[in-house]
Design a protein around this ligand. Structure first.
Ligand code: PRP
Ligand code: URA
Length: 208
């Protein structure tokens, strides 16, 4: 497993605005779109390319084109939905699956409620996205589901990660690389990330 903290200045600047209590849903969503695109650039950095011979208006040349497996984007509902637009802007041909999990308020364990994936998901590179990697339970369960469907190439993209969540993914899924905009300090007693940004789903959808 590798952990890549993508600390590009634009990402840091946008994330700082997102973290602030006074930032409302409209700006929060817009900034998450923008950061997701920027993170997606790093997540896709090692995609294989092949030579293709093309004609420019001037001459023939050998260009590069994506080769190998196609991509799928799999947000963990709800908050993962906020990362889909930015990724789809970057990878318009990607298919999108959905995994529904919510964290039980008392146990902090993920509870499953929905799964709909592209039929050929096992043949695709899968980018699992969820802004918050807290205990890591939700992401780990989502990755388990994808592996049960035969997926062998999975990357995890999040916005803010806690050390506890990174450690869980490392232990459960050493083959999965994690990309995050920030690695925060710790979890609090309610398993929320500190300093974090609060409840990502509520902030995206304005439900609190
Ligand atoms: C949040 C977040 C992750 C999960 C992270 O979702 O979007 O899915 O918690 O916590 P974990 O790493 O400890 O599992 P939540 O359960 O609040 O659901 P929501 O996205 O529908 O708001
Ligand atoms: N889910 C969130 O939305 N935020 C956290 O800090 C932890 C879990």
């Amino acid at each position: 497993m590798s952990l890549k903290v993508v600390n590009h200045p634009l990402i840091q600047h946008k994330l700082t605005i997102m973290r602030q209590t006074e930032t409302g849903s409209k700006d929060f969503r817009q900034l998450l779109d923008e950061i997701s695109l920027l993170l997606g650039y790093e997540v896709t950095r090692d995609l294989p390319v092949k030579d293709v011979i093309i004609e420019t208006p001037m001459c023939e040349m050998t260009g590069k084109a994506l080769a190998g497996k196609k991509l799928a984007i799999v947000p963990i509902l709800r908050a993962g939905l906020g990362m889909v637009n930015g990724l789809v802007d970057l990878i318009p041909a990607a298919k999108v699956g959905h995994i529904g999990l919510y964290r039980d308020h008392d146990t902090h364990k993920p509870v499953f409620y929905y799964c709909k994936l592209p039929e050929d998901i096992e043949n695709r590179i899968v980018i699992v996205c969820d802004p918050m990697l807290a205990t890591g339970g939700s992401a780990s369960d989502a990755i388990n589901m994808l592996k049960e469907k035969g997926c062998a190439s999975i990357k995890l993209m999040c916005l803010v990660a806690a050390p506890e969540g990174v450690a869980k993914i490392e232990a459960d899924h050493p083959d999965v690389d994690i990309f995050t905009a920030a690695l925060d300090e710790k979890l609090n007693e309610d398993a929320y990330i500190v300093p974090g940004l609060g409840d990502a789903g509520d902030r995206i959808f304005g439900t609190k």
